[in-house]
Design a binder for this molecule. Structure first.
Ligand code: ZN
Length: 370
């Protein structure tokens, strides 16, 4: 049987071909191909010509008009999403992590990564442990994302709490060894419990474990772009990858505009935001462009603890997943106050189709994972 990655690549070739983006079946020897990919990636980010929309959006507003905004940048599914191309390739995983952390440092972004410890067992444990140590050694924080990316709405609460506890067995000693005191938990799928009772019970459990919840306000479907991008790169189709990367940056600009407006309509102001991303190739390659978008929108990069000092995160939150599933905390507050929830930006059709092509093909490609 083709490895999940290979069948995904074949499916992508089919999906992209259907989209008239002919993906040349890669014949070039892998090394030569990855070297040319690396060269292409460096050239693309160096010579990136932002699209008209991005140029317009990132045309810095005069200082007087530019809003003073703040955002904490967070990454889920460490060491890497289970459906990502690098997930089972130690060298690619290492290289992707090094590129991502270097881009975060270059842009002075004090990020935090949320770990699924079951992935440490997928391959060489020491090598994967090394990936987590890279995050900490570079000065970034780590948090708990449950052991197996569990969904609180799909299992008994007791089993979920066990998965939480299993999810800190490796990370906890790493944090303690570095005298890092804060403990943060990110709900997989942003699912917080499908009833007020379950939600409250787990919050009580978390408090007993001395963990704080890591909410998300700037939610998005970056994972779709990331999967399509990674397969195009794995297939050596740099023109498809470029197209997806440019669409991703445009989309994220629209996502920020959407949640800024939604925040003002819901809270009367824009709180310190919390952005959700994943540790993946697309984010590693486009972190510079993304940081540029955020800076041009007036954002200063802050840590998660600083973001959570905003009074918004201490507001009443009567939301549970029976209302609308796993969503942004801005929707939590809007639903709690019975306010409107406007529709948000969608990934372009061609990305959705290519992603569906991947989903349809691959065993184990977890739809809508975040
Ligand atoms: Zn996740």
């Amino acid at each position: 049987m083709l490895s999940p990655c290979a069948s995904r690549a074949a499916a992508l070739a089919l999906a992209l071909a259907a989209l008239r983006i002919v993906a040349p079946l890669s014949t070039a020897p892998a090394q030569a191909q990855s070297a040319s990919i690396a060269r292409h990636r460096a050239a693309r980010t160096a010579n990136r010509v932002p699209s008209a929309a991005v140029r317009l959006a990132t045309k810095p507003a005069p200082l007087t008009l530019r809003r003073h905004r703040e955002v904490a940048v967070t990454f889920d599914d460490l060491p890497a999403p289970s459906d990502s191309v690098v997930c089972d390739d130690p060298a690619a995983l290492q290289a992707m992590t090094a590129r991502l952390l270097a881009a975060l440092k270059r842009n002075r972004i004090p990020a935090i990564g949320f770990v699924n410890e079951d992935k440490l067992g997928r391959g060489d444990f020491e090598q994967r442990l090394g990936i987590l140590k890279m995050w900490l050694d570079e000065g970034f924080a780590l948090g708990n994302h449950t052991y197996s990316h569990a969904d609180i709405d799909q299992m008994p609460l007791g089993a979920y709490e066990i998965d939480f506890l299993r999810g800190e067995r490796v990370t906890e000693p790493l944090l303690r060894a570095r005298k890092l005191r804060e403990r943060y938990f990110r709900f997989p799928y942003l699912d917080v419990g499908a009833s007020p009772g379950t939600k409250r019970a787990f919050q009580t459990f978390l408090a007993r474990q001395r963990y704080s919840v890591a909410p998300v306000t700037i939610d998005n479907e970056e994972y779709m772009f990331a999967a399509v991008y990674a397969h195009a790169m794995a297939d050596g189709d740099t023109s498809a990858a470029d197209r997806v990367a440019a669409s991703f940056v445009n989309y994220m600009n629209d996502i920020f505009a959407y949640f800024e407006k939604f925040s003002r309509e819901t809270l009367g102001y824009e709180p310190r935001q919390v952005l959700l991303l994943h540790a993946d190739q697309l984010d590693a390659d486009e972190m510079g462009a993304l940081a540029e978008i955020m800076r041009s929108r007036g954002y200063r990069f802050i840590s998660l603890p600083d973001a959570l000092r905003d009074p918004a995160y201490h507001r009443p939150d009567a939301y549970d997943d029976s209302i609308d599933g796993g969503v942004s905390w801005i929707e939590h507050w809007a639903q709690t106050m019975h306010k409107d929830v406007p529709g948000g930006p969608e990934p372009p059709e061609y990305v959705q189709r290519a992603y569906a092509g991947l989903e349809g093909s691959a065993v184990g490609l977890n739809a809508g994972i975040h």
